[in-house]
Write a protein that binds this ligand. Structure first.
Ligand code: TXA
Ligand code: MG
Length: 393
């Protein structure tokens, strides 16, 4: 795989300390973007950053190129891909049935982390949509993605099919290094990785089905239900509905339970339960936790090294002294703890969440314990990913 580096990234702040709207500058970036667009028009794959996660892109109108996405990801053919465009003008081509609702949402929230599901036009190959007559489309809000899509529109279709750039069922990548580790062995020498920093949102786009007059929320994500509903209400549309159960006529691969999951078991517990568990001096299997017994973890007392435990806690006033207090010099360590503490507000948490899971995958963590975040609407997308990540086995 060819790595196309877009550094240096713009300074986040200007000389006056104000956020810097400047784009990536420099000859390196311009040629990286051109190379990526060329690779797309030649039918190769290009992994690229968006504001949500890195995507694995291919020319969305080339059946052969799209087929290679499924191969590289190990993704079953029936699972539809999202198309990406630089602007609404190009996006319009994927459907001839843009309702006022769909157009309104596109105008209000693009570029941004919102995928619209529409009835597909004849232009869109059924390979992209998993054989369905609907299509997912979005305009990403990331400068390098935008430039790549524009350059590709100048020499090709301008429509890039791109799932998240990870192997099927695994954790989405938010850094170029995650893509390299996860997909590197499955890509060809001519495929590219466009490297342009970390993804600022860190969670996938929100998916809304707009084929009906009542919009349906298929996947919560980077754009909150609250913001969508506020706009829908202000514009006299019906508020978002949530499809009652899985297994309707729609096949949304992100709605499979085994999605977004790290390699090892992940459990979401209240803070007190985590503390009690880590501090207990009983053997693991004597801790009275049916949940853990079911996981069949290796027998701890016989191990020279402790269980590799990833701990994800929320930033709080309390110190995390219990983590170090749990080690006892007189007995072999029960745990080899890798502690990560994330922001206690959802945006900051989301930005780092997949990074933690990908790091623990890389380090061979054997169990991940996540402190339950608040049960409020603002945490909906994170709870959705936690639920999926914890129901792997
Ligand atoms: O933020 C994102 O959406 C990222 C970046 C790369 O844009 N992409 C992403 O793609 O998350 P993927 O393939 O990992 O997830 C796309 C989701 C899947 O759950 C898929 O089933 C659903 O979108 N989807 C795509 N087309 C659909 C369609 N026509 N009807 C229903 N669901 C669809
Ligand atoms: Mg994905």
């Amino acid at each position: 795989m060819r790595e196309l580096d877009c550094s240096p990234a713009p300074e986040p702040f200007d000389a006056h300390g104000h956020p810097n709207p400047a784009a990536w500058t420099g000859a390196l970036t311009a040629s990286a973007v051109q190379e990526a667009a060329k690779a797309l028009s030649q039918g190769f794959l290009v992994a690229f950053p968006t504001e949500t996660v890195y995507g694995l892109g291919a020319d969305g109108l080339s059946c052969a190129a799209v087929a290679r996405i499924f191969q590289a990801k190990g993704r079953p053919l029936g699972h539809p891909l999202i198309l990406h465009a630089a602007n609404l003008e190009t996006a319009l081509k994927v459907s001839t049935q843009w309702s006022p609702l769909a157009l309104g949402l596109a105008n209000a929230f693009w570029p941004g982390p919102l995928t619209l599901i529409l009835k597909k036009s004849d232009l869109v190959p059924s390979e992209v949509t998993g054989g369905q007559d609907s299509v997912g489309i979005r305009v990403p809000d990331q400068e390098i993605a935008r430039r790549m899509l524009l350059a590709f529109a100048a020499q090709g279709s301008g429509l890039v099919a791109a799932p998240s750039a990870n192997r099927f069922g695994g954790v989405s990548p938010t850094r170029a290094s995650d893509v390299l580790k996860g997909l590197g062995p499955f890509l060809r020498a001519e495929d590219c990785l466009l490297k342009a920093g970390d993804c600022p949102l860190g969670l996938e786009s929100t998916i809304v089905d707009c084929r009906d007059s009542v919009p349906r929320l298929l996947r919560p994500g980077g754009l909150s239900r609250e913001r969508l509903n506020a706009w829908l209400k202000a514009n006299a549309f019906s508020l978002l509905q949530t499809p009652s159960a899985r297994g309707e006529e729609l096949r949304v691969s992100g709605s499979l339970d085994s999605h977004y999951a790290p390699r090892c078991p992940l459990l979401v517990w209240p803070r007190a339960q985590i503390e009690a568990f880590v501090q207990s001096d009983k053997a693991l299997e004597d801790r009275g936790l049916a949940e853990l017994t079911a996981l069949n973890l290796p027998n701890l007392p016989n191990r020279a090294e402790g269980l590799k435990l990833g701990l994800l806690l929320l930033e709080a006033r309390e110190p995390w002294a219990f983590v170090s207090a749990s080690s006892d010099a007189l007995r072999p360590p029960m745990f080899n703890i890798d502690l990560q503490v994330l922001a206690s507000e959802p945006e900051g948490y989301a930005r780092q969440f997949y990074r933690c899971l990908n790091d623990w995958d890389g380090k061979g963590a054997e169990l991940i314990l996540v402190e339950s975040p608040p049960q409020t609407a603002a945490w909906e997308a994170i709870w959705d990913r936690l639920r999926r990540a914890s129901s792997k086995r």
